[in-house]
Write a protein that binds this ligand. Sequence first.
Ligand SMILES: [Zn+2]
Length: 92
Amino acid sequence: MPKYIDAEKLVLEIKKKSGGLLSGWDTAGVLAVILNQPSADVKEVVRGKWEQDGVYQMCSNCFSNFEHEDCSGGELIFPFCPSCGADMREVE
Ligand SMILES: [Zn+2]
């Protein structure tokens, strides 16, 4: 599991310790500051894509199938998989 940190807090901590740009610091000192940063409160995002198969769309993450048309023929677009919760929104 990766450890996420707040980069702004890291920069502030380094500035407090060195008084400038890493002067007087060695690699071990910088690494000690980075490794002792508190973890950010984040949640890993599981992403997927809808794969069309006739009247069904299949989640690429859990392979669950859902109809992509409602009873009046309108298109149903789920931003998240109703089965596994994968984020189906496009990312840049
Ligand atoms: Zn799914």
